[in-house]
Design a protein around this ligand. Structure first.
Ligand code: SAM
Length: 278
């Protein structure tokens, strides 16, 4: 009988975030395939689990997947874990899992934490439909092209980002997609856990005030919001009200777009018509 491959989620910081079933499975399997044996050994020793571990990481994934598959075919039960969270989610795992699936090995999920879902769950942004893109390419040009490609999507977007690039990435999003709502979670489940929510420009300001930006970041970004339909006569009335208060054209447009939740460009177009005519 071939063995089973258990895909086991482990904590993303706080060691208590592991299921009872995950602990039992880690105790029962013949072998634990992990990324960095030092990281996994800390978790195992915390739960007094003594099992052989073998490293399976992005640099040896291809060779190691075949090796582990032979063990599974020979009847060994293996647990696959990563350094943190769910294996295969921006972590090694896919090759072994897909190969096992092709060869008819039984795959069993032992679900648990993932930073993407944890960050989404506290973001305050719509959760009914979302896209996860993990880490973006390092090329600034390609990142911009990517943001262009999702401009029209109304889905909430989840991204992983490093502390070194978090501000740069937020600036790029701001430039390409506008000042949307964002929720930036740092160090979830750890001592310095923090989630910053608000317009992208505001979150950038807060991050820039920090002496040093540390930790692991997950960005949850609002999708495109369809503008509400506001009758033209209401826009016109509001424009006149603010203008009569003595505001400049620019400030009038700003105030009306804020009040009616419309884009500035739309209100500006109306303003040109209204004030040209009067
Ligand atoms: N497999 C993991 C999972 O399911 O969440 C993700 C692994 S990926 C290599 C690591 C990235 O996940 C980090 O760079 C960060 O973007 C995000 N991340 C991991 N732990 C986090 C945490 N505690 N708080 C916020 N983001 C975290």
């Amino acid at each position: 009988m071939p063995g089973k491959l258990y895909v086991v989620s482990t904590p993303i910081g706080n060691l208590e975030d592991i299921t009872l079933r995950a602990i039992r499975i880690l105790k029962e399997v013949d072998l634990i395939a992990c990324e960095d044996t030092r990281v996994t050994k800390k978790l195992l020793s915390h739960y007094q689990i003594q099992k052989p571990v073998t490293s399976y990481h992005k640099h040896n994934e291809e060779v190691k997947a075949k090796e582990l598959l032979s063990l599974l075919e020979a009847g060994k039960n293996i647990a696959l874990v990563s350094d943190a969270g769910t294996p295969g989610i921006s972590d090694p795992g896919y090759r072994l899992i897909s190969l096992s699936q092709e060869k008819g090995i039984e795959l069993i999920s032992i679900p648990g934490p993932s930073a993407a879902i944890a960050a989404l769950s506290v973001s305050g942004l719509p959760t009914s439909s979302f896209s996860f893109f993990g880490f973006l390419t390092k090329s600034s040009k390609k990142r911009r092209e990517f943001f262009e490609s999702i401009r029209e999507s109304s889905q909430t977007i989840i991204l992983y980002e490093s502390p070194n690039r978090i501000i740069e990435t937020l600036y790029e999003i701001l430039e390409v997609l506008g000042d949307r709502q964002v929720s930036v979670s740092r160090e979830l489940t750890k001592m310095f856990e923090e989630t910053l929510r608000g317009k992208i420009s505001r979150v950038i300001e807060i991050l820039k005030q920090k002496e040093k930006i540390r930790g692991e970041f997950t960005i949850v970004l609002q999708g495109k919001v369809n503008e509400t339909v506001v009758p033209k006569d209401i826009i016109e009335k509001e424009l006149k009200v603010f203008r009569e208060k003595g505001l400049s054209l620019k400030d009038t447009v700003k105030e009306v777009s804020r009040k009616l939740r419309l884009s500035k460009s739309k209100v500006y177009k109306e303003a040109l018509k209204v004030f040209k005519a009067s």
